[in-house]
Design a protein around this ligand. Structure first.
Ligand SMILES: Nc1ncnc2c1ncn2[C@@H]1O[C@H](COP(=O)(O)OP(=O)(O)OP(=O)(O)O)[C@@H](O)[C@H]1O
Ligand SMILES: [Mg+2]
Length: 307
């Protein structure tokens, strides 16, 4: 952890180092104004804090996401019918299905944006209907159509999100730097969110969900859509890393190669129902003569079209 934080400090700009020095109450004198000296005293102070404070990563409950008998109606339309879905810590679970299958509705109910018609949503042991703040504090959501405060600058937005989620100042500064580097947002830190391109807005929202403390519970609706190949690669690599560290991730995507490479298990939805679930191997057994997720998907959602 500490060597990782050392790298983050090394990559900070001058003003960021000064902000961190203030947050750590490290006085900057004529001597420490020299970058290498300043960096060294920041590492040492941080190391002391990390040693003395209880820095054990908290573990998530199993399952971290628990959707029980969920139904969502929009008037006469049944968008999701009797859904039972679980995601455990250390798992990436794929939610796939044709347009209109109910994926976005499921993620919106899961994150407390809309209420289910029936059923129970439990996030890390907190019921969304009884303890919505606790449940929402623990789940990071990337919506299908990213929107965000247009008049905030990227750095302001990330700081604002960190404050909402009670992230300590030192962690805020370190994590913003870490994710700005990871998602290549440096150039845009002082840009207004309203002026960002689609992909850079997506990257900003992603950085926003990661300013909280890991392990994460994530509900990602088409998170790769809109990212360029480098951005997509960087997100996929990071999700795999987070999974190893015990995060629980539910991801909806139409890019089946990505789903196949990334996810441990799948729920296949069609017209509001789960029509298949399990690992790819289990699904292939359920659908004889299929070779990959695409063929399983097509078989379960209307059949493989004739060539
Ligand atoms: N607010 C709403 N009012 C009425 N109908 C809705 C509403 N939201 C979703 N629906 C309907 O519910 C069904 C499921 O929609 P949903 O957006 O969950 O699908 P999806 O699986 O995410 O599809 P896509 O792959 O196109 O994103 C659709 O028939 C949709 O028209
Ligand atoms: Mg959708």
């Amino acid at each position: 952890m500490i060597s990782h934080e050392r790298e983050i400090i090394n990559s900070m700009s001058g003003p960021e180092l000064i902000r961190l020095a203030k947050a750590l109450s490290v006085p900057f004198t004529k001597r420490t104004i020299k970058r290498s000296v300043m960096e060294q005293s920041l590492y040492e102070t941080l190391e002391k804090i990390r040693k003395t404070s209880d820095n054990e990563l908290c573990e998530l409950k199993t399952p971290a996401i628990n959707i029980l008998e969920m139904r969502k109606d929009f008037g006469r339309k049944v968008a999701v019918r009797n859904l039972k879905l679980e995601v455990n810590p250390g798992e990436i679970v794929g939610l796939v299905g044709p347009n209109g299958a109910g994926k976005t509705t499921t993620l919106r109910v899961l994150t407390g944006i809309i209420k289910p018609t029936n059923g129970t949503i439990i996030v890390n042991g907190h019921r969304m209907d009884k303890n919505p703040i606790e449940a929402k504090m623990k789940i990071g959501y990337i919506p299908e159509r990213p929107t965000c405060y247009p008049s905030l600058k990227v750095r302001e937005y990330l700081t604002f999100i960190a404050r909402i989620y009670n992230v300590p100042r030192v962690d805020t500064l370190l994590r913003i730097r870490e994710y700005v580097t990871r998602f290549q947002l440096d150039e845009f830190l002082n840009s207004y969110i309203g002026t960002l391109s689609k992909g850079n807005l997506q990257r900003t929202l992603l950085a926003g969900i990661f300013v909280r403390a890991p392990p994460f519970i994530l509900a990602l609706d088409e998170p790769i859509y809109g990212l360029d190949p480098r951005g997509a690669w960087s997100l996929k690599a990071h999700l795999k890393e987070l999974k190893k560290q015990g995060s629980a991730i539910l991801i909806s995507t139409h890019i089946l190669e990505v789903a196949e490479a990334l996810c441990d298990r799948f729920y296949i939805m069609n017209d509001g129902d789960i029509v298949g679930m399990g690992t790819l191997d289990e699904l292939k057994i359920q659908c004889p003569d299929t070779r990959n997720l695409e063929e399983v998907f097509l078989t379960l959602t209307g059949g493989i079209p004739e060539e």
